[in-house]
Ligand binder design. Structure first.
Ligand code: C5P
Length: 241
C-alpha cells in the first residue's frame, strides 16, 4: 500500500566494509546466499511504502549495479535507480537526495548494512512522518551501561534510562532534510546519522520502536548472527524460539 504522501527511499550502500574484513564493499557480502544489498532492497520493496528508491553505490561497482537492476525488475510501479556515493556517509546520502524526484515529500534514509530490517519498520517510520513529524528515528533501549571517557579515564555515566540506540530507516520531511544537509560539508565525517543534522537546526526528532533485527552488519560476528537468524527462519516455526 502506497503512502498518502509520495515517499522516496535513499539506501546508502557505498561504504567500504573494512570492519567486516572481506576486502569487498559491505553491500556485496553474502548472507544466507544473497548480498546484503539485495536483502535490504527486498525489505524496502516488501514494505510497500516507496514510490521511488535511490541506491547509493561505490563508484564503478558492476556487481552492485546488477543487484539494483534486478531489484528494479521486480519493483512494479516503484522506480529504483543507482547513483555513485562519496567518501563519507553524509556525501553518499547527499548524492542520494540529489537523485530523488522532487515530488518525494517524505524521504527515508536507510543503511544497506541493516539487511534484516523488517518491512514494518519502514511503514512505522513513514507513517509517523506522514502524520506530521519532521524527523523520525527507530530506536531501541540501551542494555549496556554507557560511559563517557577522556582517553582511558571515565568522566561520566549517563542515565541509561534516557539513552536509546538509533537505527535506520530514518524518516524526514524531504525539503527539511535537504536544507539540513546544506548546513554541513559533505566531506565532514562527524555526522553519523541524518537526524543529528535536523537536531542541529532545532527540529524536533521523534522516536518510534526499532527492531532487534535492524542491527547493522558491521563486524564478522554480526554476519554470524545474521546467518543464524536466516537459518532459523529457513528452518521454519517448528524450531523453538
Ligand atoms: O560506515 P557505517 O557503518 O556507518 O555505514 C553505514 C551505511 O552507510 C552503510 O550501509 C554504508 O554502505 C553506507 N556508507 C556509504 N558511503 C560511505 C560510508 C558509508 O554509503 N562513504
Amino acid at each position: 500500500m502506497k503512502h498518502a504522501l509520495p515517499v522516496g527511499v535513499v539506501v546508502v550502500a557505498a561504504g567500504s566494509g573494512q570492519r567486516l574484513g572481506q576486502g569487498i564493499p559491505k553491500a556485496r557480502v553474502l548472507c544466507g546466499g544473497r548480498t546484503l544489498l539485495e536483502r535490504s532492497l527486498d525489505a524496502v520493496l516488501a514494505s510497500g511504502v516507496a514510490a521511488s528508491i535511490v541506491v547509493v553505490l561505490p563508484e564503478g561497482d558492476d556487481v552492485l549495479s546488477a543487484v539494483v537492476s534486478r531489484a528494479a525488475g521486480r519493483a512494479g510501479n516503484t522506480t529504483v535507480v543507482p547513483v555513485t556515493g562519496g567518501a563519507t556517509r553524509t556525501a553518499s546520502v547527499r548524492a542520494g537526495l540529489d537523485a530523488l524526484p522532487p515530488s518525494a515529500a517524505v524521504v527515508l534514509v536507510h543503511d544497506a548494512a541493516r539487511a534484516l530490517t523488517p518491512p514494518e519498520v519502514f511503514r512505522r517510520v513513514a507513517a509517523a512522518v506522514a502524520a506530521g513529524a519532521p524527523a523520525v528515528i527507530p530506536v531501541l533501549p540501551v542494555v549496556d551501561t554507557v560511559k563517557v571517557v577522556d582517553g582511558d579515564v571515565v568522566t561520566a555515566t549517563p542515565d541509561r534510562g534516557a539513552l536509546r540506540a538509533v537505527q535506520t530507516p530514518q524518516g524526514f520531511d524531504a525539503p527539511a532534510l535537504r536544507l539540513a544537509h546544506e548546513g554541513i560539508h559533505p566531506a565532514d565525517p562527524s555526522a553519523t546519522d541524518d537526524a543529528m543534522l535536523m537536531e542541529a537546526r532545532g527540529a524536533t526528532v521523534r522516536v518510534v520502536d526499532g527492531d532487534a533485527l535492524s542491527f547493522k552488519v558491521t563486524t564478522p560476528l554480526d554476519l554470524v548472527i545474521a546467518e543464524a537468524v536466516l537459518a532459523r527462519e529457513a528452518a521454519g516455526p517448528s524450531v523453538a524460539g
